[in-house]
Design a protein around this ligand. Structure first.
Ligand SMILES: Nc1nc2c(c(=O)[nH]1)N[C@H]1C(S)=C(S)[C@@H](COP(=O)(O)O)O[C@H]1N2
Ligand SMILES: [Mo]
Length: 435
């Protein structure tokens, strides 16, 4: 098997990296057989008598429909009522310190609709009045600042598309598969267009004094969620955002203002942001010492592990979205990396023995969800589907076995391993782990 070894980080050397040969891809395309008389991709052919007459009219085609949707916020079709966030009640102690998951199996395109963007609270969701809210910036600065929301909106603004992923995404499964679901194994992620002010713009306004190296961000919720962020990252691409997908942030996402730290673990993206303190060393808060770190096999903590490394998952088929009999399908999924753009996604139909290059769907943006697809001619035999992302830095998404060799099975966080979906002969799909 040819090895297309990339410049992987020493921690991860997945075995058997074999890109698909052009001949093999050609065969698959030929298999689509779009010539005359061949099988249709989907749907049923029309009978001769049907070709001659238009489809029967439904009652709504013969009457007036309701008028404009005026003075209320628009809602999805009632036939989409199943497209909702869901929670795993046994996972956390109470709904106020809980998490609800994005229904990734239904997501079309790279933007997560605001109404289904996963939510994570440590002390419930505060109701913050934007006219009362203030953001304080102080510490090692020349000019400490107190900003109203109106003040914030006066600064030059930018819009960026980025994902937010909780590093606990999939963290229940370090020791074994237990949730037969895409939503529950991968749904602690969402991707949105965020609008706000670059943090560097605000820090230019306050100025920085000697020794400024770290920023403490603090939320206005009862948890006072606080995290230390290196100044270098703050000046690079961090945003203080008030907009989400073309409207104000949702209360679930930190209305009226949150910190956005592109590509870094969800926890540092402090919601209901009320305070930024500039200091010369990290604060070592609870959330960065007791939580959001990993217990290594030798019993020591892994320390700050901010970026989320390359990861991907197949969203069709998946446990919630089975295959319906043999035929031609499009395997679909998402890939992402906290280090930059996704460069390549490979898909395996046989549990990681052979790999084929998937197509990346535009736009491919840094630190954003990226769509991949691959034609799949399913013969109805059991299959083991996997996807593997490679990002522009050359980081290769590791197998679960490789990840466990390095991290053991103690951690909750940063499980970016390759996911395996077992497709059974009847088309049903199961979450499995390969040894
Ligand atoms: N103030 C505050 N910010 C917070 C949290 C919180 O509980 N309070 N939860 C954090 C965690 S753990 C994650 S994963 C992300 C989740 O962002 P979301 O709820 O917008 O999806 O917000 C982070 N910001
Ligand atoms: Mo989180």
């Amino acid at each position: 098997m040819a090895a297309d070894r990339r410049d992987v980080r020493p921690e991860f050397h997945p075995q058997g990296f074999a890109p698909v040969s052009p001949q093999r891809r050609g065969l698959l395309r030929a298999g689509l057989g779009l010539g005359a008389g061949s099988a249709l991709l989907a749907g049923r052919g029309l009978r001769a008598e049907e070709v001659a007459s238009p489809p029967a009219e439904a009652p709504y085609s013969l009457s007036l429909g309701p008028g404009v949707v005026d003075r209320v916020y628009g809602q999805p079709s009632r036939f989409e009522a199943g497209v909702i966030r869901r929670n795993v009640p046994w996972l956390t102690a109470s709904p106020e310190t809980s998490i609800s998951f994005t229904p990734l199996q239904h997501q079309q395109g790279i933007i997560t609709p605001s109404g289904v963007f996963f939510e994570r609270y440590h002390a419930g969701r505060p109701t913050v009045d934007p006219s009362e809210h203030r953001l304080m910036i102080h510490g090692l600065v020349d000019r400490p600042l107190l900003l109203t929301m109106e003040d914030l909106r006066r600064f030059p603004s930018v819009s960026r598309i980025h994902f937010i992923e909780c590093p606990a995404n999939g963290g229940m499964e370090w020791r074994g598969a237990q949730l037969n679901s895409l939503q529950f194994t991968h749904g602690m992620i969402g991707c949105a267009e965020w609008t706000g002010v670059k943090l560097s713009t605000l820090l230019e306004e306050t100025g920085l004094t000697r020794g400024a190296k770290w920023v403490l961000a603090e939320g206005a919720d009862g948890a006072h969620m606080n995290r230390s962020i290196p100044l270098e990252k703050c000046l690079d691409d961090c945003l203080v955002v008030y907009g989400q997908n073309g409207e104000a942030l949702r209360p679930e996402q930190g209305y009226p203002v949150r910190l956005l730290i592109p590509g870094w673990q969800g926890n540092v993206n402090v919601k209901w942001l009320r305070r930024l303190e500039i200091g010369n060393q990290p604060w070592f808060t609870r959330e960065e010492t007791s939580k959001y770190t990993e217990l290594m096999p030798d019993g020591r903590a892994r320390g700050f592990t901010w970026p989320l490394y390359a990861k991907s998952v197949i969203t069709f088929p998946c446990p919630e979205m089975p295959a319906k009999g043999p035929g031609i399908y499009e395997i679909r999924g998402f890939a992402w990396s906290g280090l930059g753009k996704v460069a390549q996604v490979d898909v395996s139909l046989d549990g990681g023995v052979n790999w084929q290059r998937a197509r990346l769907q535009e736009p491919v943006l840094p630190k954003a969800l990226t769509r991949f697809t691959l034609e799949w001619r399913w013969d109805g035999r059991p299959a083991l589907l996997q996807s593997r992302a490679v990002d522009e830095t050359g980081f290769v998404q590791p197998t679960l076995a490789a990840l466990r060799r390095v991290r053991g099975t103690n951690p909750i966080y940063n499980k970016n391993a390759i996911q395996t979906w077992q497709v059974k002969a009847d088309g049903t799909v199961f979450n499995v782990q390969l040894a």
